[in-house]
Ligand binder design. Sequence first.
Ligand code: AMP
Length: 223
Amino acid sequence: MIDTKKRIVVLLGPPGAGKGTQAEFIKERFHIPHISTGEILREHIDKGTPLGIEADKFMHKGDLVPDDLVFDMLKERVQHKDCTHGALFDGFPRNVDQAEMFFQMDYVSSNAKVSAILIDIPDDEVIKRLSNRRYCPNCKSIYNLIHKVPQKKAGTAFLCDNCGTELEIRDDDKVETIKNRLNVFHNAAGPLIDYFIRKNVLHKVNGMISLEEVSRQIAKILE
Ligand code: AMP
């Protein structure tokens, strides 16, 4: 029998765990769109929309944007045609209230197989990874000065390999903000993880192994 269920994947883990990289892998391998709430919010900020102006008040400090704003944005996003056969959520849900909202969405509660994948890494590794992260404000490519070094430079500035734009440090990748983001993550993570365990959909992967090995383990979980 052909399985017609939507494939819904939730990626969990602290900032810098490699969720973005693994999301790209899952998107290609399983042909589902990558929905990053952080990325959509940053697009709203760049465009100066009312949602962006409101969200920025929270985001630049590393705090969570209010649940109702994020939820409305997401309900709209899953109506797009590319979500017909499933979707990968990166950065949502972030707390138990959002997880409850998530499971109540028609999109998730009807005819879907949900898998939550937790990529686990320690805090000192998070700080090391994020403070070395660089971001292309134009094409959104992500680099890391330790393991994904951009090839081109202009003076001391690094340039995007893809489009040549000068790379930036995201406001929320500054060390003080990273520490706040980690606090925010740890406060919410325990109950959120327990929630997914109770739903019987949680899978844990060690994020300290190579990117390829993390991908291999994720593929095994989802196949
Ligand atoms: P991320 O790119 O997932 O690390 O998200 C960057 C920032 O966007 C977070 O620090 C929050 O301020 C905001 N954000 C992203 N997703 C959510 C969410 N599900 N709920 C509330 N705020 C969010």
